[in-house]
Design a protein. Structure first.
Length: 226
């Protein structure tokens, strides 16, 4: 977004009157939002957002980031399986993953727990804190398209601090992974019915990072991400 668009968004959420005796704070917020937008664009982000919702009257928060980056991988199945092996091996015992067959080809999905450090400056009690986050990452290798002859990698990253709500969020992510379409589909990309499954290939939904059972129903209600 432009700096003008960033100012409009900040103004829609926080009025200059609300900031009181510190009007420069409004401009600082707009500039920071503009910088974040530019950084996301340079990283290949297509979508970045958060949702605040309730489950059984409990407040719940989730964040979703979708990026597309150039990635030379050769064969989609080999790439997906390689991603699983390298990520799971490098992240420890709390992480697991599998390759799943989709209409767009194999997709590598890993999930686990990650801890985020909160500095004393941003922590309400003014002391360093550690926030455990449940995270799921999906990587979809894409062959050359009709317009762009470069291979690329679609990355979907979801995190939530509300581990007790993980099963509901998994249902949303399953819907998201099944809904991926492209404006210019490559006829060379095989469908899930015609592509041979590798040893580690499964059918969605993905595994979850805790020992709790993941809900596997066919709920097609609207997700917080559309």
């Amino acid at each position: 977004m432009t700096i003008e668009e960033a100012e409009e968004i900040v103004a829609a959420r926080i009025s200059k009157d609300t900031l009181g005796s510190n009007p420069s704070m409004f401009q600082t917020l707009a500039e920071n939002l503009h910088k974040a937008s530019q950084l996301l664009e340079r990283s290949g982000a297509l979508y970045a957002g958060t949702c605040v919702r309730t489950y059984d009257s409990e407040l719940s928060l989730g964040t979703l980031l979708v990026t597309v980056t150039p990635f030379e991988f050769g064969d989609t199945a080999v790439a997906a399986n390689g991603i699983i092996r390298s990520l799971v091996a490098g992240r420890g015992e709390s992480w697991g993953g599998s390759v799943f067959d989709t209409p767009n080809g194999p997709i590598a999905v890993v999930s686990g727990m990650k801890s985020f450090q909160i500095s004393t400056e941003t922590s309400p009690p003014r002391e360093e804190q550690e926030l455990p986050m449940a995270e799921i990452q999906a990587f979809l290798p894409i062959l050359q398209g009709e317009e762009n002859q470069q291979q690329c990698l679609v990355c979907i990253n979801f995190t939530t601090p509300d581990r007790d709500h993980w099963d509901e969020y998994c249902s949303d992510i399953v819907e998201l992974l099944h809904s991926i379409t492209f404006d210019h589909p490559d006829p060379a990309v095989p469908s899930s019915s015609s592509q041979p499954a590798s040893e580690s290939s499964h059918t969605l939904p993905p595994t979850e990072p805790t020992t709790d059972a993941t809900r596997l129903d066919n709920d097609t209600s609207m997700t917080p991400f559309g």
